[in-house]
Each structure stands twice: as C-alpha cells, then as structure tokens.
Ligand binder design. Sequence first.
Ligand code: CO
Length: 136
Amino acid sequence: MITGLDHIAIAVPDLQKAIERFMNDFGLEFKGTEDVDTAKTSTAFFPVGSTQIELVHPLNGAGPIAKYLEKKPGGIHHLCFRSDDIEADVARLKAKGYQFLSEEPSLGAHNCRVIFIHPKSADGVLIEINQPSDEH
Ligand code: CO
C-alpha cells in the first residue's frame, strides 16, 4: 500500500549551488549528501513536513541524470511514493498494465528498495516507489 509522498526529486546541474539555495535561501534543513552507485547519482536531502526534496546530480558525469541534463537545464525529475509492501504494490500495478524500468526493486538512497514506473504509464511523470529497509 502506498503510505506517503517520500520525496520529490529535482535534477540540478550544480549540486553545491542548489544545496546552498535550499539551505540558505529557502531555509530548509540539510540532511547531507549520499552517492548512490546503483543509480549513478549524487543526492542531497531536505526534509519538508512529512516529505523531502531530493536533489539529484550525475555521479562522475554519467548515468540517467547526466542524460536528462543534456536535454534540460534542470527540473523536476521524479516523485516517489513510499510503500509498506513494495512487492505487493509492484505486482498490483503490473497486473493493471503499468510498465516498470526494471523487473525487480533495487537498492537506492538510504538503503531503501526502489523501483521506477515508466513515465509513459503515468502521464509523462517518472514515479519511484520505495520501501525503507526497516519496514517489510
Ligand atoms: Co528518488
């Protein structure tokens, strides 16, 4: 079951500049950065209420965010729903015809298991589903 909006991810060409914007200009709490090798991203998290802003930047200049930034100057990249049972949610959505970017969830930031729904299945929006590793 989907239980919340875990985060909204923004692709940024200059991670440090964007961190300073969200921290200093918008006054949000900065929770630090994390490199996610599996997704080839450097990420930075800012909790806001019950959700978070996740800044995503290419790790070592490669990966899907690098490709995204070749086409756009930056922008809202995906949103992420939190699930309390990712296998059940994926199975339910697959049965309804949703296409996913991978067969199985993989390990994402914060040791969450994550999977992405193809944007063509959801009005052009890239949707991530995650499940924190402390829930199963
Ligand atoms: Co994400």
